[in-house]
Design a protein around this ligand. Structure first.
Ligand code: UD1
Length: 419
C-alpha cells in the first residue's frame, strides 16, 4: 500500500509532458489482439490498468515486450477464448476485450464485470450491439459466453446511449464481419477516433470513427502496425484544475487543444489566462479564480465525467458558489466526503453538488475511493495549507503514471510513501 504526502499551499510552476491516454491505450491493446503479427504502441503509459490489459493479452496467447514507453505486442492465431475471472476483476474496462476476442476466435467466455467503485456496470448496450451482429449469449455461474454460431453478420446498430465501451466492442466485432455495419448514436469520444485510426492502418475500413455515425466495412484479416497513443486529456485537465486551485504558471506539452475545450472555457470564465501554442498549452493565474455557475457532465464533446471530481476540487477554493451535475455515473460523489475533511463546503442532493468556495482548505488525511476521486483529493491537497496524506494511491495508479512525478515537475511538494 502506498500514500502521497503533500505539503500544500505552493504555487505551481514548470512544464510537464502529458502521457498517453488510458482510455485510448486500453481499447488499443484489445485491438492488437485482432491483428496478426507485431503491433507497436508508442507513448504507452505505465499504468496498472495497462499492466492488467497486457496480462489479459498474455493469457490469450499473445506476447509483449515493454521498452520504456514503447510496447510491442505479437498476436496470432489463438485457441484460448476465455479470460480468467481474476484478470476480469482487476479492471472494469476489461469488457472491451469481449468484442475483440469473440470476433477473432468465434467465441469468448468471461466473467461479468459486475459492480465497481462508480456503481453498477451494466453491459446491456454491449450485448444488444453484438446481438445485432449475430452474437448469441449464454450466462452460467457468473460467467457469460458470447459466440457467433453463423459468423459475424453486418447490420445497422442503433445505440440507446452513446456508450464508449459498447461503441468500441461493436467496432471490434463489425470490423471482422461480412458486409457493411453502421453504428448510429455512436460515442464521439476522441479515443474512439484514435482506435479507429489504428484499425484502419491495420487494414480495416472504418469511416466516421469519433463521430455519431460509424460505417464499418468488414475485412478478412488485420495485420500488426505501429501507432502513437494520443495524449490523455484527463491528465491535462487534472493539471489545469490544479493550476486553477493553486495559482502560478504551467505549461503542458503534448496536448490536443480541441479536446480540452470544455475545461478551457471554464478556466477562462473563472479568470485564468490560457494560451494555446501548437501542441502545448500555457495557463497562469495570480489571484483567486471565480466559481462557475452550473456545469453538467455529458458525453463528448460535453464536459467529461472523468474531469468532474477535479473541477469540484478546484471549485472548493474559488470565489462564489457553483452547481455541478453528474449525469453519466450514479455513484461518483464518494470523494466529496473526503474533500470535506479538508474543509470543503459542498452539499449534495442526488446527482447535484453545490460547491461554495472557501479561501483555503487545510491539510488532512484523506482516502481515495476511485481513480478520479483520488486525483481530485490530490489536487485539493496541493492547494491546502499544511500537510495532507492521500491514501489508496493504487486507485490513482490505474490512470496516472506516477502522479507524484507529474506534480513534482510543477513545483509541488509531493512524495510517495509505502507502508
Ligand atoms: C469509458 C471510459 C471512462 C469514462 C466513460 C464515460 C474507458 C476505458 N473508460 O467508460 O473513463 O468515464 O467512458 O465517458 O474508455 N451503460 C449502460 N449500459 C451499457 C454500457 C454503459 O447503461 O451497456 C451506462 C454506464 O453505466 C454509464 C454510462 O452508460 O452510466 C456511460 O458508460 P460508457 O460510456 O459505456 O463508459 P465506459 O465505456 O465504461
Amino acid at each position: 500500500m502506498s500514500c502521497l504526502e503533500i505539503k500544500g499551499g505552493r504555487k505551481l510552476h514548470g512544464e510537464v509532458e502529458i502521457h498517453g491516454a488510458k482510455n485510448s491505450v486500453l481499447p488499443l491493446l484489445a485491438a492488437t489482439f485482432l491483428c496478426d503479427g507485431q503491433s507497436v504502441l508508442y507513448n504507452c503509459p505505465e499504468l496498472s490498468d495497462v499492466k492488467a490489459s497486457l496480462e489479459i493479452l498474455k493469457g490469450l496467447g499473445s506476447s509483449y515486450i515493454r521498452e520504456g514507453d514503447t510496447v510491442i505486442i505479437t498476436s496470432g492465431e489463438s485457441k484460448i477464448c476465455e479470460i480468467p475471472d481474476v484478470l476480469m476483476r482487476e479492471m472494469r474496462s476489461s469488457i472491451v476485450f469481449m468484442g475483440a476476442v469473440a470476433a477473432k476466435c468465434g467465441s469468448v467466455t468471461l466473467s461479468l464485470p459486475g459492480g465497481c467503485e462508480l456503481g453498477p456496470r451494466p453491459i446491456d448496450l454491449h450485448i444488444d450491439a453484438l446481438k445485432r451482429l449475430g452474437a448469441s449469449f449464454e450466462a452460467n455461474k457468473g460467467k457469460i459466453t458470447c459466440s457467433f454460431p453463423d459468423g459475424i453478420k453486418a447490420s445497422d446498430i442503433h445505440l440507446k446511449f452513446p456508450s464508449v465501451g459498447a461503441t468500441e466492442n461493436a467496432i471490434f466485432t463489425a470490423v471482422m464481419g461480412r458486409g457493411t455495419t453502421v453504428i448510429y448514436n455512436a460515442a464521439r469520444e476522441p479515443e474512439i477516433a484514435d482506435v479507429c485510426a489504428f484499425l484502419n492502418k491495420a487494414g480495416a475500413s472504418i469511416l466516421g470513427g469519433g463521430t455519431d455515425t460509424v460505417v464499418i466495412n468488414g475485412v478478412k484479416s488485420l495485420h500488426g502496425v505501429e501507432h502513437k497513443v494520443m495524449p490523455d486529456r484527463i491528465i491535462a485537465a487534472t493539471c489545469m484544475f490544479a493550476l486553477g486551485a493553486c495559482g502560478g504558471k504551467i505549461s503542458l506539452r503534448n496536448i490536443i487543444f480541441e479536446h480540452l475545450q470544455p475545461m478551457v472555457n471554464i478556466l477562462k470564465d473563472s479568470g485564468c489566462d490560457v494560451q494555446n501554442l501548437d501542441d502545448s498549452i500555457v495557463l497562469s493565474s495570480n489571484f483567486r479564480l471565480s466559481n462557475f455557475d452550473t456545469v453538467t457532465t455529458q458525453p463528448y464533446p460535453g464536459f467529461p465525467t472523468d474531469a468532474g471530481p477535479l473541477l469540484v476540487a478546484m471549485s472548493s477554493v474559488t470565489k462564489g458558489t457553483g452547481v455541478f451535475i453528474e449525469n453519466i455515473f450514479d455513484s461518483r460523489f464518494r470523494y466529496i466526503d473526503e474533500l470535506k475533511r479538508l474543509g470543503a463546503d459542498i452539499k449534495t442532493v442526488g446527482k447535484v453538488a453545490i460547491v461554495t468556495g472557501i479561501p483555503k482548505l487545510r491539510g488532512a488525511k484523506v482516502h481515495s475511493c476511485d481513480l478520479r476521486g483520488g486525483a481530485a483529493l490530490t489536487v485539493a491537497a496541493l492547494s491546502a495549507e499544511g500537510t495532507s496524506v492521500v491514501t489508496n494511491v493504487e486507485y490513482i495508479d490505474r490512470g496516472y503514471q506516477r502522479i507524484e512525478d507529474i506534480f513534482g515537475a510543477l513545483n509541488a511538494d509531493i512524495k510517495r510513501r509505502w507502508s
